[in-house]
Design a protein around this ligand. Structure first.
Ligand SMILES: Nc1ncnc2c1ncn2[C@@H]1O[C@H](COP(=O)(O)OP(=O)(O)OP(=O)(O)O)[C@@H](O)[C@H]1O
Length: 618
């Protein structure tokens, strides 16, 4: 297999695979640590924003606890004396108001800092990972892309990224609440040791409930994240193949296929929702039960003179706020399973080892077409050899037609010429320079490949031909003329400024192919490779295109054409006859026709009615 092969895969394991099974205890522990490691990545990347949100959260936590102290102090110094003496000192009243307002204002500052910081950090990390993932997609070789469905790539860059960084939102809050918990517990112990110990009995109960909740909810959330990606994959495939689906009347089947996945996702989410619905009230009620017990014991202790009313109020209030941190940490841990799955799926893309090694050589310059040399080229897909010992060359300015029956390896050869992948053995040279020795970006200055399926962007004619390059309209018209596209573009309502819609759907197949050719010509390649790039154009127009390319309109470009029509093949200086991945003959078309019976049968079959051709082509 070629050296560019990527062994990394981001494919979700099939349903029911071990990865989808309920998490084993070791896996659960590792999910928690893995979740913290994912957060560590975000903290290292955005330390200042993280510091801002954490300081805000700690401020909020400290002041929430301070509220309890203010409440207790006011009870002792204002409320109780008021009941005893029947009057309240004005200065004392103002002091209480100032304390409450001051604490509330500072708490508001803390909330703003926490939310702002967490939001900025989360969205920055999402944007950063999306940029990394999409940059990586562009670096990875074609072979990697052929193995990964588009829907999966979309979900890697969208829902997986969102899931990976979801815990950033509750993280600063959870950290602040830990501080809140520590201060509150110390305060409770200082206020009344006995009441505090009674109240703190609520801790083990809440912790146990949280652990049980995590164990039930985590596998469901992990499964839901995988299913989200699968739903996106099925949806993308259905929409992408909308024409096939509609013309073959498969709408019902496609809807059912999509509905099955959606139903599975709904079922898993509902189960997760049920678990949450069962545990939320329990987690919310436990601290209230604790407060009841504290109040009951507190009343008895006040009556016996062991404590005062202020301490009972303080401990009861602190107990309600202590339960909040436990739940906030639960929310954080609850996000971890989804986050770890999302992070691992994006890492699989980022760590895919398919990027192609480059040398440092510049593209060979020259006023004429390039000299192409293909020597002993071998290529296999998954151990299945497709090209074996392919040798041929194209002299500068010459044209070579690659002719062969279906699946003989013609498209694979054109992809190797554009270095969409590297040969397993042998070399491909341009003016004597091995393609692998060229620096990144250099090859596209010399070689252009026009595939059979023309891809147009949702842009104007001009945008599609220039791809944003700063070139004059005269140049654009010139390449459109060579590609035999001038006439129909002039007839479009806005000429070069006509928008073409997504994938150029407003044009015919042949028109799309001609724009795709014009786009390649504008780059003035020294080697132009046409992979059956005029298949949708009628034979007469195809002849004109080839003739204008041969006449030097494209600047003496060397041409390699995968061709089927006899008249087109006849225009080439030389024919390379490919069968089962081997070059079985080479030479001028007329010579091959005269000496090579299988070649003659093949090219004649292209000209015959369909049924007869199929008999020959197999
Ligand atoms: N991405 C791929 N993964 C695995 N096998 C592949 C892949 N692409 C092509 N093949 C196989 O390689 C062989 C050659 O395919 P290729 O497309 O190069 O032939 P071709 O001569 O261009 O065929 P056609 O004239 O039908 O377009 C075929 O058997 C095909 O099934």
């Amino acid at each position: 297999m070629s050296t560019t092969t990527s062994e990394a895969t981001t494919s979700p394991p099939p349903s029911g695979s071990p990865a989808d099974a309920p998490a084993a205890p070791a896996r659960r522990a590792s999910t928690t640590w893995a979740g913290f490691r994912v957060l560590g990545v975000a903290v290292r990347r955005e330390p200042w924003v993280f510091a801002l949100s954490t300081v805000g959260s700690v401020l909020f936590a400290v002041l929430t606890v301070a509220d309890a102290w203010v409440l207790g102090w006011s009870t002792d110094h204002v409320v109780v004396p008021a009941f005893e003496n029947g009057e309240i000192g004005a200065s004392m009243l103002w002091a209480v108001v100032a304390l409450f307002v001051g604490v509330a204002l500072l708490r508001a500052v803390g909330i703003v800092a926490r939310r702002l910081g967490a939001g900025i950090m989360q969205y920055r990390m999402q944007a950063h990972t999306r940029r990394e993932v999409t940059r990586k997609y562009l670096e990875l070789p074609m072979e990697w892309h052929q193995r990964h469905p588009t829907g999966q790539l979309l979900s890697n860059a969208s829902s997986d990224v969102e899931a990976a960084w979801a815990p950033i939102a509750p993280f600063p809050m959870a950290l602040g609440t830990v501080v809140m918990m520590v201060i509150a517990v110390v305060q409770m112990l200082a206020a009344d040791l006995v009441l505090a110990l009674v109240g703190l009995l609520v801790f083990p109960a809440v912790l146990v409930a949280n652990v049980v909740y995590q164990r039930l909810a985590s596998p469901l959330m992990t499964r839901a994240q995988r299913l989200r990606a699968e739903v996106a994959e099925v949806a993308h495939e259905s929409f992408d193949g909308a024409m096939v689906v509609k013309t073959l009347g498969r709408e019902g089947e496609e809807t059912a296929r999509f509905a099955t996945k959606v139903e599975e996702l709904r079922e898993v989410n509902t189960r997760a929702g049920r678990v949450r619905a069962a545990f939320d009230p329990v987690l919310a009620a436990l601290p209230n039960l604790g407060v009841l017990v504290v109040l009951a014991v507190g009343v008895a202790r006040v009556q016996s003179g062991a404590t005062d009313a202020g301490d009972v109020v303080t401990v009861a209030y602190l107990l309600t706020i202590v339960s909040f941190p436990i739940r906030a940490i639960g929310w954080l841990l609850g996000e971890f399973p989804r986050s770890v799955v999302g992070y691992e799926r994006t890492r699989a893309v980022l760590e895919a080892t398919g990027s192609m090694p480059h040398g440092a050589a510049p593209a060979p310059d020259g006023a004429t077409g390039a000299h192409l040399t293909v020597e002993g080229v071998e290529y296999a897909y998954d151990e299945t050899p497709v090209l074996r010992g392919v040798d041929f060359e194209a002299a500068p300015g010459h044209s070579v037609a690659v002719v062969g029956s279906t699946a003989s390896g013609k498209s694979t050869l054109t992809q190797l010429l554009a270095r969409l992948m590297d040969p397993d053995a042998g070399t491909i040279r341009i003016d004597g320079v091995d393609l692998r020795d060229l620096a990144p970006g250099e090859l596209s200055r010399v070689v252009a490949v026009v595939p059979q399926t023309a891809f147009l962007f949702d842009d104007t004619v001009r945008g599609n031909v220039t791809l944003g390059a700063d070139v004059s309209d005269d140049e654009v018209w010139s390449v459109l003329r060579t590609a035999q596209a001038e006439e129909f573009v002039r007839a479009l309502p806005l000429g070069l400024d006509t928008p073409l819609g997504e994938r150029g759907t407003s044009l015919s197949g042949g028109q799309r192919q001609r724009l795709s050719l014009a786009r390649a010509l504008l780059r003035r390649p020294r080697l132009l490779v046409l992979d059956d790039a005029t298949s949708a154009v009628d034979p007469e127009v195809e002849q004109r295109i080839l003739a204008s390319l041969r006449s030097g309109a494209a600047g003496d470009t060397t041409l390699v054409v995968v061709a089927y029509r006899k008249a087109t093949i006849a225009l080439a200086d030389e024919v390379v006859h490919l069968e089962n991945g081997r070059v079985v003959d080479r030479g001028p078309h007329a010579d091959l026709l005269a000496r090579n019976a299988s070649y003659a049968r093949l090219v004649n079959a292209y000209e015959q009615p369909r049924a007869a051709a199929e008999e020959v082509l197999g």
